[in-house]
Design a protein around this ligand. Structure first.
Ligand SMILES: Nc1nc2c(ncn2[C@@H]2O[C@H](COP(=O)(O)OP(=O)(O)OP(=O)(O)O)[C@@H](O)[C@H]2O)c(=O)[nH]1
Ligand SMILES: [Mg+2]
Ligand SMILES: [Zn+2]
Length: 308
């Protein structure tokens, strides 16, 4: 408890304006239900799982506490909807659904911009061992931590725990890739309903709708709802930030002739030179250039519209 009588906690789940907050006091760790003071609703501020909060007794038997203050956020994500994320477990199946590498690269850019450590997990290697190995090779060579998972050889709890330490780790990725299945195995529960894919829709009935932080080692892990689209422009990401998702490009950037080189065909570009020598994967390079050009054009169109 703080001097002013407030108790510090962390939101582990929020549904319909009611929040579960994990607190620890002399009697140990417990989870309590909380509402949130009206002032935060008026400000259009949306509390998220992962938020540090300060709570007070409300006097209401059904919802015994109220959140009266929030700690500063290190970061906040819309997809998945979470705050203070330390690790994103970017989960993509190698087959069914086929991996959307543009989405994966966008998530890597966002991780880089927000200072979140990404860990890539390619699932369903039982359906495509060769595909899993190819993809894993590409992303490992780029400089990322990559794991391969199948029902027979899932990602081990201990391996993941050693990586994520005391932080907040969140699964993220498209629907139907196996996030909930893996989360259940790691936590040893059936807490997350999994999504049995219907053959026709290739979408399941038990698609995840909420985030909920579960104790994991000294930190937390959460399953999250799947998503299929993401706009870097709408998230305010600049063309200059795209390289933050491409460590293999950043590695060469300091050798480019111009300090502000965009690595999109300039003279004396050391990244292009490395690419010509096959030191950078072709697909990754193409996606980098596509995002860079798209964001550069969007910015200029936006400026032009503002001038009118
Ligand atoms: N063959 C195979 N199937 C898997 C694997 N992992 C999960 N599945 C199946 O894929 C389907 C979707 O799994 P979920 O865990 O519900 O997927 P999800 O990513 O949580 O989906 P959303 O909640 O909609 O985002 C289920 O039928 C799982 O049994 C895997 O490694 N191999
Ligand atoms: Mg799920
Ligand atoms: Zn360059």
């Amino acid at each position: 408890m703080n001097q002013d009588g407030r108790i510090e906690g962390i939101i582990t789940k929020g549904v319909g304006g009611l929040y579960t907050v994990r607190i620890s006091d002399d009697s140990g760790v417990k989870k309590v239900y909380c509402s949130v003071r009206g002032i935060f609703r008026q400000k259009d501020f949306v509390p998220q799982a992962g938020d540090t909060v300060y709570i007070e007794e409300s006097g209401d038997v059904d919802v015994p506490y109220v959140i009266s203050a929030f700690g500063e956020r290190r970061n906040s994500l819309m997809r998945p909807p979470l705050a203070n994320v330390d690790y994103l477990l970017l989960t993509f199946s190698v087959i069914e659904p086929v991996p959307d590498l543009k989405l994966l690269d966008k998530m890597l850019i966002i991780s880089g911009v927000l200072g979140i450590k990404p860990v890539i997990i390619f699932t369903k290697s039982d359906l495509g061992q060769a595909e899993a190995e190819t993809l894993s090779g590409i992303y490992k060579a780029a400089g990322f931590d990559v794991m391969i998972s199948s029902p027979e050889n899932p990602v081990f709890k201990e391996t993941l725990m050693a990586l994520t330490g005391s932080g907040i780790a969140a699964f993220a990725g498209p629907s139907g890739v196996g996030k909930s299945s893996l989360c259940n195995r790691i936590l040893g529960t059936r807490a997350m309903e999994t999504n049995e894919i219907s053959v026709k829709l290739k979408r399941g009935r038990h698609t995840t709708r909420h985030c909920e932080l579960h104790d994991f080692g000294d930190g937390f892990i959460t399953d999250t709802p799947g998503f299929t689209s993401l706009s870097l422009f709408e998230l305010g990401i600049s063309h200059k930030d795209v390289c933050k998702g491409y460590p293999e490009i950043m590695k060469h950037a300091s050798d480019c002739r111009y300090d502000d080189c965009g690595h999109v065909g300039e003279d004396g570009c050391a990244v292009d030179e490395a690419f010509q020598k096959c030191m950078i994967d072709e697909g990754r390079m193409q996606r980098y250039r596509e995002f860079y050009k798209e964001l550069y054009d969007n910015r200029n169109n936006y400026k032009r519209r503002k001038r009118k």
